[in-house]
Design a protein around this ligand. Structure first.
Ligand SMILES: Nc1ncnc2c1ncn2[C@@H]1O[C@H](COP(=O)(O)OP(=O)(O)OP(=O)(O)O)[C@@H](O)[C@H]1O
Ligand SMILES: [Mg+2]
Length: 256
């Protein structure tokens, strides 16, 4: 089991879009995939037209309240969701103790049924995001391809580093930065990518996600872009991203 959280305090950079489509892609590649929403906004559920207030399944608030076993909602073959709603806000101001609540759950093996677990987080520097970072094996920072976004990436990296320094026995790996909402190759865009490359080197993911109307529209139809647009460029972008991440995290090939 590998656990990856998507973090960035900057709003609207594509955390939810990426985590939904990437997790859907892994499930379609045959990996048993769990998506956990830790954002009080509950956008993952809205994206997937899933009732975030269902009481018959585990929600993200339950994870903080002595759950011993999880019962996620079923989305599709190999694809499960622990949704979030506003109730999780009450866990947003807790101080991280040495050994977070979510980390303890993970160590107890609660997520071991899954090949891969993705976590969506709110656009804040809050203890919910710290919880996510601390219990992850890897964390990924998405950014828009805008000049000012470089600052947001730096702040997110610093927040993660500070969190990890103050929490003993945690060792998630910084998976890297994924560029989202790329417009066509203008000169200023190339300068931007070059600058990011210089700062990040290896940590800038090779796969870059284009700005596409279909991506913005897909939640309207409660479908991932992958369901919506099987043969198109977007399918291959998320497939490439999944392959790149598989390699970076050392996930075994699925022999199906
Ligand atoms: N590659 C893309 N092409 C077009 N639209 C996109 C793309 N990525 C994201 N969007 C749109 O940008 C908006 C913000 O995306 P999203 O909700 O995924 O960001 P977020 O980082 O999760 O936001 P928040 O910080 O509020 O949780 C959404 O309307 C989404 O549809
Ligand atoms: Mg979001």
């Amino acid at each position: 089991m590998k656990l990856i959280s998507i973090v960035c305090q900057k709003g609207g950079v594509g955390k939810t879009t990426i985590v939904v489509n990437l997790s859907s892609m892994f499930s379609k590649k045959g990996y048993k995939t769990l998506l956990i929403d830790l954002d009080p906004q509950g956008n993952v559920s809205t994206y997937l037209n899933f009732d975030k207030n269902r009481e018959d399944i585990t929600n993200s608030t339950n994870l903080f309240e002595n759950t011993k076993k999880i019962n996620p909602g079923y989305l599709d073959e190999n694809y499960y969701l622990i949704p979030s709603n506003i109730k999780i806000s009450k866990h947003n101001e807790e101080k991280i103790a040495a050994g977070s609540k979510l980390k303890k759950l993970k160590e107890e093996g609660v997520f071991n049924d899954y090949d891969i677990v993705f976590v969506d987080t709110p656009p804040t520097m809050s203890s919910l995001v710290q919880e996510a970072i601390v219990f992850s094996d890897f964390y990924l920072i998405p950014t828009k391809a805008e000049f000012l976004a470089i600052e947001g990436v730096g702040q997110a990296m610093e927040f993660a580093n500070t969190t990890l320094k103050t929490t003993p026995n945690t060792n998630p790996v910084f998976l890297g930065v994924v560029l989202n909402q790329i417009f066509e190759e203008t000169d200023s865009h190339k300068d931007f990518v070059n600058e990011l490359n210089e700062i990040l080197g290896e940590k800038l993911l090779k796969t870059k996600i284009p700005h596409k109307t279909e991506i913005a529209e897909s939640p309207l139809y409660a479908k991932t872009v992958i369901d919506f647009n099987e043969d198109e460029e977007i399918f291959s972008v998320f497939s490439d991203l999944a392959e790149e991440i598989k390699e970076r995290i050392g996930l075994n090939e699925k022999s199906t």
